[in-house]
Design a protein around this ligand. Structure first.
Ligand SMILES: [Zn+2]
Ligand SMILES: [Zn+2]
Length: 289
């Protein structure tokens, strides 16, 4: 049994053959699929798919690269909308959200530049999601690209319990402890250590199978087994030998096999432990397997 903890079945790439993609995943032993949102509408789409397929679950959030799309809504409205969407019982996490300072070739931002102003807006959006996760007591799916220096201190602030109000009772939801995954991990060894020290899980994807992916494979080696999650990030990041083609959740098995090879243990062991990790984080360990 495997769980694909990050798969965008809500994206256009799967519009035509969603059913077949899910069936193929099942036949490869992928028992559950978590579909993260990247905007409000794709979060709603994730919930819609999760409502239709038993083995699909939704996460809701606004990706940092869609920060500018949120202009009309305003941050207060985004927060309200996310809290409302989080009430759906198939929503298992808040995500994906975070900071992304990588300058993509094709981007909504002018001249592909990540300006100081854009960074500031991404940080505001990050904080809103962290507040929502704390209020709703849901795990988080974090996206961090070339932004660990800025992101870790902000996340750390929210790991602390909410402060006491002058009236003596706890503000916010005191029972919630922030927990989650740094998905598609792409930091260095130092970032990895800090993220592990903060108690987070690490999500690995198809890029660990790429030729010359030595530094990523080294990170797999350094991550304790009980902190690893498997994910495809489909339709992106197809593992070898499918690199460049559309990725799909069945390929999570290829990623698990690569992790097994790097760790020098049997595939079945990796399947068992990563499934256990995902159940613990997203399903509160209430599902048996
Ligand atoms: Zn991401
Ligand atoms: Zn993603």
């Amino acid at each position: 049994m495997l769980i694909d903890t990050h798969c965008h079945l809500n994206f256009q790439a799967f519009e035509k053959d969603l059913e077949e993609v899910i069936t193929r995943a099942k036949s490869e032993g992928v028992e559950k699929i978590i579909i993260p949102g990247a905007k409000i509408d794709s979060s709603q789409k994730a919930i819609e798919i999760a409502g239709k397929y038993d083995n699909c679950y939704a996460a809701i959030g606004v990706h940092p690269h869609h920060e500018s799309d949120t202009g009309i809504l305003g941050y207060y409205d985004i927060k309200k909308k996310l809290v409302e969407l989080a009430k759906n019982k198939k929503v298992v996490a808040i995500g994906e959200f975070g900071l992304d300072y990588y300058e993509y070739q094709q981007t909504v931002h002018q001249e592909n530049k990540i300006t100081a102003e854009i960074k500031q807006k991404q940080k505001e959006l990050l904080k809103i999601h962290l507040e929502v996760a704390r209020e709703c007591n849901l795990p988080i799916i974090l996206h961090c690209r070339e932004a660990f220096e800025d992101m870790l201190p902000i996340v750390l602030q929210y790991l602390r319990p909410p402060s006491r109000s002058p009236f003596g009772h706890l503000e916010g939801v005191s029972r919630s402890v922030l927990r989650g995954v740094f998905h598609c991990f792409g930091g260095n060894e130092k970032d990895l250590k800090r993220v592990l020290d903060m108690g987070f899980y690490i999500g690995f994807d198809g890029n660990i199978t790429f030729k010359n992916a030595y530094s990523l494979q080294n990170l797999v080696k350094l991550t304790p087994l009980d902190r690893i999650l498997t994910e495809t990030d489909a339709p992106y990041l197809s593992p070898e030998p499918f690199r460049g083609k559309r990725n799909e959740p069945k390929n999570v098995k290829i990623i698990a096999r690569k992790i097994a090879e790097i760790k020098g243990i049997r595939l079945e062991e990796i399947e068992k432990i990563t499934t256990k990790n995902a159940l613990k984080l997203f399903f509160n360990n209430t599902f048996s397997f």
